[in-house]
Ligand binder design. Sequence first.
Ligand code: ADP
Length: 297
Amino acid sequence: MREDFCERVEQLIIANKELKFQNEEKDKKVAELISTNKAQGEFFVNISHEIKTPLNVIFSTAQLFDMYCKNGLLNDKKASVVKYIAAIKQNSYRLSKLINNIVDISKIEAGFFKLNLSNNNIVKVVEEIVMSVTTLTDSKGLNIIFDTDTEEKIIACDTEKIERIVLNLLSNAIKFSDEGDEIIVDIKDKNEFVDISVKDNGIGIEKEHLDMIFDRFKQVDKSLSRNTEGTGVGLNLVKSIVELHGGSIYVESEFGKGSKFTVKLPSKKVLKENMMYSSNARSEDENIRVEFSDIDL
Ligand code: ADP
């Protein structure tokens, strides 16, 4: 009788512990959900701001043109009209970039984002991307250097997506650098992997922000954007695309001295290629203008 009672008490203690554990887990999940919800809310507020800013520029320029037309001033104002058309284009590119990024992130989350893998010389792919932005970096007084320890390294990759990755890292390096600064794009053959790094000697990133810059919902913290335009989704997208390639990305940075982002891609090849790489197939200029749309060049 007494043994039964003791056994029952023991069972109750175990059940109680289990319940306590379950409750703690539930509390943790609720706290996580509240935090994610809050971050998502802030993210959408930020996105809305990013949509409204270029839209306002486009809309007010259209109104100005309307007024010029009505007052017969179009010819007299030709010089400023040309300038405003450039602003409309730049802001349309900004909107395109934002929409592309949101669509891609949603596709990745839903598992619909597919890579068109083919075997390519990654050295040539990256070098061509770097060369295609030199006119723009020259105009900002930035020195861009391409370096590699190998001439050829054939790996399976989606060249269009590699372009998104490199252009995104370059656009950040440019955005956070000043006239006279240097950007080095370096390729290192590590046998099993190939390392592609983009290094700048710009403003750098504070230590406490380093862990979160790849997190989409956390990086919307305005202190991270330091008054530069941007949604904070770029690096999250870059990380996802790198991971879809079976690779990884990491950052080293010292506040005030500069940053270095390294993408590590596996040196594997595909037997069945989805698409052949053709440097002519890219609408180079258009892609660069979209990716660099939030930089004043
Ligand atoms: P955004 O589109 O807002 O630039 P990213 O995801 O590309 O978003 O970058 C997130 C944040 O990480 C930036 O707002 C910036 O604070 C920081 N960052 C990224 N790259 C650099 C860099 N090269 N130098 C300094 N800060 C950087």
